[in-house]
Design a protein around this ligand. Structure first.
Ligand SMILES: *Cc1c(COP(=O)(O)O)cnc(C)c1O
Length: 409
């Protein structure tokens, strides 16, 4: 069958057999939807850490920046530098302390630093002196996560370490460890507000106070303060446990692959590694070029929280033992769901097509969790269904449609 990517003939030549599609109008829509529930004076920090939750940090950041985000948030120095190298000039907060050795680089790239310990504060003061550069910092306060953050009683001393004309203490924030538990979230929030008040009473008001992640942004308007830090909602999902669902979020994310091979096999064929899957009838098996190295079939296992959780966990294990594994991953061929069968390989897996007609080289859609999707899968950006930009596995870019791939402004 003659193949050609819809609307973009020739694209298949360098797209490869699998890729992730990101519809950028969905990202824009989600940012607008979040804005709708904020006060006009509340700033929006778009979290683009972890490669923008799989959407690809650079283009996601460009889209959010054009759509009116005020700040970007990342976790590592490298993530911040990647955005700067691609021309993003808006403020970027590194939402984690850096090591002393990294700070001069972060200053060079004008990244806003988090200060979460006295050690960190001293390193910033030293780096400012040694490099002659300005530093913009946010104080991170420990209120219950017990990960990073200043203990409430340390804040004033650390504020003093940072007293230097080249250091601007622009913000102060905390991260909720129990966003979905109102009582605990309010406890953390109250502690944070108390610390801000005490600083104010000493004449040390810090302009940007922020606490809210997606959950708090949706559920606790009183926690919006000067800025919210939103990830999950921007990518079209409600945070786990969210009850308020009044936003009209859109999903930007699709994983596609092309069938590398379609094979007819008789009943009783043991397919895949270890012959794990035995066909019960004559079958058509399709090979999909995705495996666990790409994130297919991976799930996060959390500690069971209740007896019901534990029973579900055992039930799944038992079914898997009996040869009926519970499968999150699924493949859609011509809109019909077909099962992934046998052991998922490193980069290849099998689907049982049953009676479905399917051609070799045909496009299929794959359920692949976005936080597991490898950064080495190509990212194809579309505007209203029309592909305009491609990030290749090597990190190189290809512009497919100049008029849509607008330069960053
Ligand atoms: C990831 C992260 C967020 C965003 O969380 P979502 O629940 O995805 O909105 C906010 N703040 C910090 C410090 C984070 O690390």
């Amino acid at each position: 069958m003659e193949q050609g990517y819809a609307g973009s003939p020739g694209l298949y030549e360098f797209l490869g057999p699998r890729w992730v599609e990101i519809e950028v109008t969905a990202l824009e829509n989600n940012l607008r939807e979040v804005r709708r529930i904020l006060n006009p004076s509340t700033r929006l920090l778009a979290v683009v850490k972890a490669d923008a939750y799989g959407a690809g940090a650079v283009e996601a950041a460009r889209v959010f920046s054009r759509a009116g985000a005020d700040y970007l948030g990342v976790t590592t120095l490298a993530e911040g530098v990647e955005l700067r190298r691609h021309g993003l000039i808006m403020p970027i907060l590194v939402m984690s302390p850096l090591l002393p050795e990294e700070i001069p680089q972060a200053l060079k790239w004008d990244l806003t630093l988090s200060v979460a310990s006295r050690w960190g504060a001293e390193a910033v003061a030293r780096a400012v002196k040694e490099t002659g550069r300005q530093a913009r910092v946010h104080l991170e306060i420990e209120t219950g996560m017990h990960r990073t953050g200043l203990e409430p009683e340390e804040v004033k001393a650390v504020r003093d370490v940072l007293r230097c004309p080249s250091i601007v203490v622009e913000g102060i924030y905390t991260h909720l460890s129990h966003a979905a538990d109102r009582r605990k979230a309010v406890e953390q929030f109250s502690l944070f507000c108390r610390i801000c008040r005490e600083l104010e009473e000493e004449g040390l008001e810090i302009p940007l106070k922020h606490v809210a992640n997606s959950f708090a942004c949706l559920s606790y308007p009183e926690m919006h303060l000067d800025m919210v830090r939103v990830g999950t909602l921007l990518y079209g999902q409600y945070p786990f446990g969210a009850k308020r669902r009044e936003l009209e979020l859109k999903n930007p994310w699709k994983v596609k692959a092309r069938l590398l091979h379609v094979k007819e096999v008789p009943a009783g064929t043991a397919a895949g590694y270890g012959g794990d899957y035995v066909t019960k009838r004559p079958a058509r098996l399709g090979t999909v070029p995705l495996g666990y190295a790409d994130g297919l079939g991976l799930t996060a296992i959390a500690r069971p929280k209740s007896l019901a959780d534990l029973l579900r966990f055992w039930a799944k294990a038992l079914l898997a033992y009996l040869g009926r594994p519970h499968r999150e991953e699924a493949v859609f061929v011509r809109g019909r769901q077909v099962p992934v069968v046998g052991r998922v390989g490193m980069q290849l897996s099998l689907v049982d097509l049953g009676e479905l007609p399917a051609d070799e080289g045909e496009e299929v859609e794959v359920n692949l969790g976005r936080s597991f999707a490898s950064a080495r899968l190509p990212r194809l950006y579309l505007r209203e269904g029309e592909p305009y930009l491609l990030r290749l596995p090597t990190g190189e870019w290809r512009t497919l449609k100049d008029s849509l791939a607008r330069e960053y402004v």
